[in-house]
Design a protein around this ligand. Structure first.
Ligand code: ATP
Ligand code: MG
Length: 422
């Protein structure tokens, strides 16, 4: 029979790896809580229009990466390609703007993009992200950047660099656009097919195209920096000062852009040169126009998302225990009454908060002990017919090989007392 395999670009995370994933997620959660972010869980599918409107029709995600399908009634639905759109929808839908305090959320979970799978680029991947709503203050930008930076450093990721840019306001970009377009038209033959199209649809995106010839062609393009208002300059300087105050190093990168109207001012990305081609670990920015664009009240907002697969590739093994957890108590019940007594003992121990397992295929003491060894059990509880007749079990320490008798009538207490040092 043909074996059904997982979909291309989608990965199983097996028990040998889940401890690493838990470690990454727990580190991120811990830091987010320290910063006052609260967890939000939003659906993994939404109306297609939500993503089309929030991410923007002329982006790679909406143009070619979304998993979109028709529901039975014909409604167009999409598996979420990122977490901001759903979080903003929930913020609006639940009237969170009416709350007197800033609303700071974090989320984690799978995202879906139809991309060419390669190391660090999957079709189902996982992000951890935060969104900070309500504060139009440069310290809010510095705060989310600091959070991202501290999480990544706490995870000991190598060769990290923070790049940052100022996108200015919608008006700043409107005054810059004609000069950029005019310039791009003069180098049009040197641009990739995508960028030739972007000249009219999303000219800013030409600046961050990864194709080498596009980068060369835009080397002497006019810089947005020269078109920024005094206000935008001041705001960005204050963000940089915040980072200086927190001793977070950064590099300015004028190519870091997001070509959508609701992005403004701060945009940033953290990369690791240890990753090779897919080197972005996390990215984010300010998006003051988005809540309003989706029908909510005007709300300043800033956030980031980081890619957990890329982080998992970089986390040093020594930081967490990658081995599957050792079993605490292995229960070896065998023989005509020992088998049933073993099954009850498992339940008794577990209900007493003592982790216990058995291999129901083993029918002899020898077979049980072999499995206890394979599972690296700390203790084995031996229950043969003779023990059951005497109302006892034998608790064997698998490391020291010492054995103690425990009473079946007070099994939990006796076992607890003996395993206490473990
Ligand atoms: P890239 O330039 O690598 O395509 P992006 O700009 O599309 O990244 P964002 O939308 O900013 O990425 O998502 C934030 C982070 O999520 C990225 O920095 C990356 O770590 C991770 N990420 C994005 N797409 C994928 C993917 N297909 N597989 C694995 N991780 C991803
Ligand atoms: Mg991408």
């Amino acid at each position: 029979m043909e074996i059904i395999k997982a979909i291309r670009g989608v990965k199983d995370i097996l028990p040998e790896e889940t401890s690493k994933w838990r470690f990454i997620e727990e580190t991120a959660r811990r830091w987010a809580s320290l910063y006052g972010f609260q967890e939000i869980r939003v659906p993994i599918f939404e109306m297609t229009a939500l993503f089309a409107r929030s991410i923007g029709a002329s982006t790679d995600i909406v143009e070619k990466e979304m998993y979109t399908f028709q529901d039975r009634d014909g409604t167009s639905l999409t598996l979420r390609p990122e977490g901001t759109a759903g979080t903003v929808r929930a913020y609006i839908e639940h009237h969170r703007a009416a709350q007197p305090t800033p609303q700071k959320f974090f989320y984690t979970g799978p995202m879906f993009r139809h991309e060419r799978p390669q190391a660090g680029r999957l079709r189902q991947f996982h992000q951890f992200g935060v969104e900070s709503f309500g504060m139009a203050d440069p310290r809010a930008d510095a705060e989310v950047i600091a959070l991202l930076w501290h999480i990544l450093h706490d995870l000991s990721l190598p060769a990290l660099a923070l790049e940052i840019n100022n996108l200015g306001s919608v008006e700043d970009r409107a005054s810059y656009r004609p000069s950029l377009i005019e310039y791009l038209r003069t180098v049009v033959e040197r641009l990739c097919a995508n960028c030739q199209r972007r000249i009219t649809t999303n000219p800013l995106r030409v600046l961050d195209c990864k194709v080498a010839s596009c980068q060369e062609a835009t080397q002497s393009a006019p810089r947005l920096n020269h078109y920024l208002s005094e206000k935008s300059h001041c705001y960005f300087s204050a963000v940089l000062k915040g980072l200086d105050d927190l001793h977070i190093p950064y590099q300015l990168n004028h190519r870091l852009v997001r070509g959508l109207d609701y992005y403004c001012l701060t945009t940033f990305e953290v990369t690791s040169t240890a990753l090779g081609a897919q080197n972005a670990v996390g990215a984010g920015g300010r998006y003051d126009g988005l809540v309003e664009a989706l029908g909510g009240p005007p709300t300043p907002a800033v956030g980031f998302a980081m890619g957990l697969e890329r982080i998992a590739l970089l986390v040093p093994e020594k930081l967490f225990s990658s081995s599957v957890q050792r079993v605490l108590v292995y229960v070896a019940g065998f023989g005509s009454s020992g088998t049933a007594a073993g099954f009850s003992a498992l339940d008794d121990l577990r209900r007493g908060g003592i982790s216990a397992v058995s291999d129901f295929r083993a029918t002899s003491l020898k077979a049980h002990l072999r499995q206890a060894d394979r599972l690296a059990a700390h203790f084995t509880l031996i229950l043969g017919d003779d023990e059951v007749a005497a109302g006892v079990g034998i608790l064997r320490n698998m490391d020291t090989k010492t054995q103690h008798s425990v009473s079946l009538a007070s099994l939990r207490q006796d076992v607890s007392a003996l395993i206490a040092p473990c």
